[in-house]
Design a protein around this ligand. Structure first.
Ligand SMILES: Cc1ncc(COP(=O)(O)O)c(C=O)c1O
Length: 389
């Protein structure tokens, strides 16, 4: 399922945008946006086909398609070990929108929200889009050590929200239960809401295991807004589908009102909800196979990068990106990105503040969610180009 024959480059070159195959010259391999090169599992396309064959695409309930809410609640209850009911679920048209919606619902202009550094740009972008102030909390990429004393010093009277990204894109850190309890207790002590982005929670490599912060304690759960999505685990980025879980009814209500779903000004496509329900209910085996392939690609990628003089890369605990420190080559993140693009014909994401925050300086990020053949080719090109430095 995950061999080179399953990567359909002609289709990807037509359809894969957001820094990927459709946006680069044909000779370039884009290890950029974290979006798999493999097609989604068959049960998803079958579910879309079955639904579409009746030829009705009527308005759906504003709160979400019942099957989707039930599937999502069962997922949180059985796989993430916190009791969710369908009424706690709100479908959103992507995890990105879930982050933005949470900021819109709970932040007023001038409010502060704490984000990790480095972390995906979506957190800062969403906070600033609603007039909030993003306050960076460094978690060093090389050690992953969480300094809770430092975290507490960043909390002020204006702080409303802590944004947890677990597993953490781009470093691949998976938070331990002990770290999450400390974080949750700190949030309770200062009366803060926790936004827990768990879109990467399926992509965790043994011996590490994922803990959902909402599973730890009823009081922490009540203060948590959990967000997840389907782009990473099932390759459904273009369907724009995600979910929010909020067990405290006033929180759910506030999110629902901010979503504008009741007015139909905004809403989630029915086919996306059908597809995501099928992913949750029928694609467990596929996901297991995908994770096994990713684990092998993770080792290949990190070993190859570490064999290059001047590059250091730790093995990510989760996510399918390698976050490599390139400072030893004497090049900056942007210079390395440009050189790899121009000479190796491999596109990577540079560790610039606009992508991941200041803590990414000196790093590049490479996605390894592709076939072994494509990854080998890209890594060999990177190796031989850097050897000529
Ligand atoms: C941590 C994190 N959250 C959210 C997203 C966006 O997911 P979606 O495609 O559902 O908007 C990404 C994608 O890179 C991500 O890494």
């Amino acid at each position: 399922m995950f061999d080179p024959n399953h990567v359909d480059l002609p289709v990807l070159r037509e359809r894969a945008y957001n820094l990927r195959w459709a946006t680069v010259p044909p000779e370039v391999i884009p290890l950029t946006a974290a979006d798999p090169d493999f097609p989604c599992p068959h049960p998803i396309t079958e579910a879309i086909r079955r639904f579409a064959s009746a030829r009705y695409f009527s308005y759906t309930p504003a709160e979400g398609w019942p099957e989707f809410r039930e599937s999502m609640a069962a997922f949180f209850t059985n796989k993430r070990h916190w009791p969710a009911s369908p009424g706690d679920i709100l479908p959103v048209d992507s995890a990105a929108f879930g982050i933005y919606l949470t900021c819109k619902a709970f932040l007023s202009p001038g409010d502060e929200a704490i984000i990790f550094d480095p972390v995906d740009f979506l957190f800062r972008y969403s906070i600033e889009s609603v007039g909030g102030r993003a306050v960076s909390f460094p978690i060093p990429a090389d050690t992953g050590i969480v300094d809770f004393q430092l975290l507490e010093t960043l909390i002020t009277d204006r702080t409303k929200l802590i944004c947890l990204c677990n597993p953490l894109n781009p470093t691949g850190k998976v938070f331990t239960a002990a770290e999450l309890i400390t974080l949750g207790e700190l949030a309770l002590k200062h009366n803060l809401l926790i936004l827990s982005d768990e879109i990467w929670s399926d992509i965790v490599y043994a011996p590490h295991s994922f803990t959902s912060i909402a599973s730890l304690d009823p009081a922490i759960r009540k203060s948590t807004i959990t967000i997840t999505g389907f782009s990473k685990s099932y390759g459904l980025a273009g369907l724009r589908i995600g979910a929010i879980g909020a067990t405290h009814p006033p929180h759910w209500q506030r999110l629902f009102e901010a979503s504008l779903h009741a007015s139909t000004v905004h809403g989630v496509n029915i086919l996306s909800q059908v597809a995501a329900s099928a992913a949750l209910r029928e694609c467990g085996e596929w996901l297991k196979g995908f994770l096994g392939h990713l684990d092998a690609m993770r080792r290949l990628c990190v070993d190859s990068l570490n064999a290059i003089p001047g590059i250091r890369c730790t093995l990510p605990q989760g996510c399918y990106v390698a976050f490599a420190d390139v400072r030893g080559t004497g090049l900056s993140s942007a210079e390395m990105r440009d050189m790899l693009f121009d000479r190796a014909k491999v596109a990577v994401v540079p560790g610039l503040p606009q992508w991941f925050g200041p803590g990414a300086d000196g790093y590049i990020r490479l996605s390894f969610a592709t076939s072994e053949k494509i990854l080998q080719d890209a890594l060999q090109r990177i190796q031989s180009t850097i050897h000529t430095l």
